[in-house]
Design a protein around this ligand. Structure first.
Ligand SMILES: [Zn+2]
Length: 751
């Protein structure tokens, strides 16, 4: 310091040169720091929307915006601002408290320059990805591609990859959702037109158009589904000529199929032979079964994808099979895959006659229904829940990553699950991870489209002092759900698998807690509705299912205190390496919300509630794990506690977020969520007296992955100097905690 001061004091003539040197040095330091950060980090936007600015401060103009979850390559830092590369490739600044920094995946290193890239394909590595009009999530979705889809790479910008869609048009996909590979020679655009025998084109994406010529300008003459195997007739450019299911030639884009050697069994030169010990597995959506070996023969039946038909013989490239009705028919060999038949479906075995609903030993394995106990947790971004096990069936709901669906049964590659609204649906097993409580249950049904688990059900109710004990007995293992419904106040027990016989009669009880047990039956579900005398707020129930799942015991009793026995999950936002937002003087969100949460937990426990915390110290917990904790606990409510932040430091006030999930929830479940959010917001306003910013619907992970009513409170703005000071004040923290407890009290008066 003294040397420098001395040098500066020597004379004004030397100062400019030294300043230039200092400036060059600083530039180098910042430049190097920026580059080293760039290679390794992404800024993930943690607020619903953030402004991107021309400089490191709110005084700089807004040059763009990014939505929650957007991932922006980090170019550098200045104070608590982060310089990022926008989707359009230009640099901009974002407030550091609105983003979370993460290591950038190596394959999408943001240092990669924008380049045109020939000879590469982008292979989709996740469930289903959006294709967009530009290189960023702010651009509109112009298409989608499924896992494993191979899209020719046209170029790159930042960590986005430009690809050619199935329709031939260019689109952009996020680089972290694909894996880049050298394009296989078979789809290289330079390849000359050739005739190609002995190959099949296997469709690698959802559904592809078959066209009259080698280009998207030709008319669509047919379609083929994922996994369909089409004999290859020739090639032109990157288009492949194939034989359709109807026997006619058509063209398919080469980047939508994978070429494989045709198995000998469907080679068109093969002589007619009798073939024992094989099954033909249908590889496409639905195939016609015909009276003879050719499309000129009449259609005598149909079989769906995955159907397994015992092989009786072959002629040319047609395969003779035994239909489900026991009669022989012919199927085109290019629509099936031949497999060795398991002993139980050997074609020499006689077709037995079995009673409906009983286990048919000759049923192929993929028709076997197994009853399951446990949960399926969605393991892809979004999964369609379908009415029946098959992609061709209607999607009745969609569930997003982390959502937990109780398992009912398994058939083939599909799980039957129960939606929160009580409806049953099917999900593909590859899209979920399962957590099965009891493995190895025997198959309870097979070979029919009837719901599994159907049995005869009876129930018995007895009054024991101030309790009512209901015992539901079934001849087969059951699945059940129990829940509370208001107006009239009742506890409902739904049991799946009712055979549809005589419905046990309604019972009237002499009990202080339950007046009547009403019975009903619909869609194979047996329902008991227990009308409660003291209101839901003062009634509790416990359920217990026996080990063999044939006896369900429900105990209903009254409590004096509305909070008694409530299971409440409180979620202090952020924690550990995720500080959340930071205030102007450095107060951290993770610290103040933990203080509020711990105090609220203590108050609620004093009131008789059972409180579960997702964290009780300064540790990092994944968002979905927070929801999972509540789902596992079967909590009554989930409340996530946060402090808000905005680049505009004048913004202040209290807001509460909730998410309705309309396709999986009943109106009653949605109403409960809104009621919870409203009760919390009202109590926070009354207790804290801050500005009312209102209720908002938001697809936050913790809100959409929680199966029970859930809400997220933003107590105040930590980015506002006044509210930052309040949030750091223990007296304000205690008032916020008391308000949250009061809001829950209010909610539980009704539910
Ligand atoms: Zn937060």
């Amino acid at each position: 310091m003294s040397n420098r001061r001395l040098a500066y004091n020597k004379g004004a003539d030397r100062m400019p040169k030294r300043l230039v040197l200092v400036a060059v040095f600083l530039f180098l330091v910042i430049g190097l720091a920026g580059r080293s950060v760039e290679a390794s980090q992404m800024a993930v936007v943690t607020n619903p929307t953030v402004n991107l600015r021309g400089g490191a401060g709110t005084n700089h103009p807004v040059v763009g915006q990014a939505g929650q979850g957007a991932r922006l390559p980090v170019l550098g830092k200045s104070g608590d601002w982060v310089q990022v590369r926008q989707a359009n490739g230009q640099a901009a600044w974002v407030a550091g408290w609105l983003v979370r920094l993460e290591a950038a995946p190596a394959s999408v290193a943001p240092t990669q320059p924008a380049t045109a890239t020939g000879g590469q394909v982008a292979v989709v590595t996740t469930g289903a990805v959006n294709l967009r009009g530009g290189a960023g999530t702010n651009h509109p979705v112009v298409g989608q591609a499924g896992q494993g889809a191979c899209l020719p790479v046209l170029g790159k910008s930042g960590d986005w990859v430009q690809v050619r869609q199935a329709n031939g048009q260019a689109a952009w996909v996020a680089g972290w959702l694909v894996r880049l590979e050298a394009a296989p020679a078979s789809v290289a655009p330079t390849q000359p037109a050739t005739a190609t025998g002995g190959q099949v084109a296997v469709v690698t994406t959802g559904a592809v158009n078959l066209r009259g010529g080698a280009g998207t300008n030709h008319p669509v003459v047919g379609q083929a589904g994922q996994g369909a195997r089409l004999p290859v007739l020739g090639k032109s450019g990157d288009w492949v000529q194939v034989r359709q299911a109807n026997g006619q030639a058509a063209w398919v884009a080469g980047w939508l199929v994978r070429l494989e050697a045709a198995p000998a069994s469907v080679a068109p030169t093969q002589p007619a032979t009798a073939t024992g010990g094989q099954v033909a597995v249908v590889t496409t959506g639905a195939v016609n079964l015909r009276g003879g070996a050719g499309t000129n023969h009449p259609v005598v039946g149909q079989a769906g994808q995955g159907a397994r038909l015992p092989v009786l013989g072959k002629s040319g490239d047609w395969v003779q099979v035994r239909q489900a009705n026991g009669q022989a028919a012919w199927v085109a060999g290019w629509l099936v895959r031949l497999e060795a038949a398991p002993a139980s479906v050997a074609p020499t075995q006689p077709t037995p006659v079995t009673a409906p609903g009983s286990v048919n030993p000759t049923d192929p394995p993929d028709r076997t229904v197994r009853a399951l106990v446990g949960n399926a947790v969605v393991d892809v971004e979004a999964v369609d829940v379908r009415s029946q096990p098959g992609r061709q069936y209607t999607a009745i709901a969609q569930a997003t990553r982390g959502f937990r669906l109780p398992l009912v049964a398994e058939r083939g590659g599909w799980y039957q699950i129960r939606l929160p609204n009580g409806n049953l649906g099917w999900v593909e097993s590859a899209t979920v991870r399962v957590d099965i409580d009891t493995a190895g249950l025997p198959p309870v049904n097979g070979g029919s489209d009837a719901d599994p688990d159907r049995g005869e059900i009876s129930f018995d109710a007895r009054v024991s002092g101030d309790r009512v004990i209901i015992t539901v007995s079934s001849t087969t293992p059951i699945e059940y759900s129990a829940f509370r419904l208001p107006n009239p106040d009742r506890i409902v027990i739904d049991v799946d698998g009712f055979a549809g016989g005589q419905v046990p009669a309604t019972q009237t009880l002499q009990s202080p807690v339950v007046s009547t047990i009403r019975t009903g039956e619909a869609d194979g579900r047996f329902r008991l509705a227990c009308d409660v005398k003291q209101g839901l707020a003062h009634t509790r129930y416990k359920t217990d299912l026996s080990g063999d799942r044939r006896t369900l015991t429900v105990e209903i009793f009254a409590v004096a205190n509305v909070m008694q026995g409530r299971v409440i999950v409180l979620d202090a936002g952020h924690g550990g390496r995720d500080p959340g937002a930071t205030g102007p003087t450095g107060v951290r969100e993770k610290d103040v919300v933990l203080a509020i949460t711990l105090e609220a937990a203590q108050l609620l426990r004093q009131q008789g509630a059972e409180v579960i915390l997702t964290r009780q110290s300064d540790v990092f917990v994944e968002l979905l794990q927070r929801a999972e904790i509540a789902n596992q606990a079967g909590a009554d409510v989930f409340v996530s506690i946060h402090a808000n932040a905005n680049v505009d430091h004048s913004k202040h006030g209290t807001s509460t977020y909730w998410w309705p999930y309309p396709d999986v929830m009943t109106p009653g479940q949605i109403a409960a969520r809104e009621r919870l959010a409203g009760a919390l917001q009202t109590a926070l306003l009354a207790g804290l007296g801050r500005n009312d910013l209102g209720l908002f619907q938001a697809r936050f992970a913790v809100l959409r992955a929680t199966n029970m009513p859930s809400a997220l409170v933003e107590v105040a703005f930590i980015s506002n100097p006044v509210e930052e000071r309040l949030l750091a004040d223990p007296a304000f923290q205690n008032r916020a905690a008391a308000a949250i407890a009061a809001g829950l009290q209010d909610y539980f008066q009704e539910y």
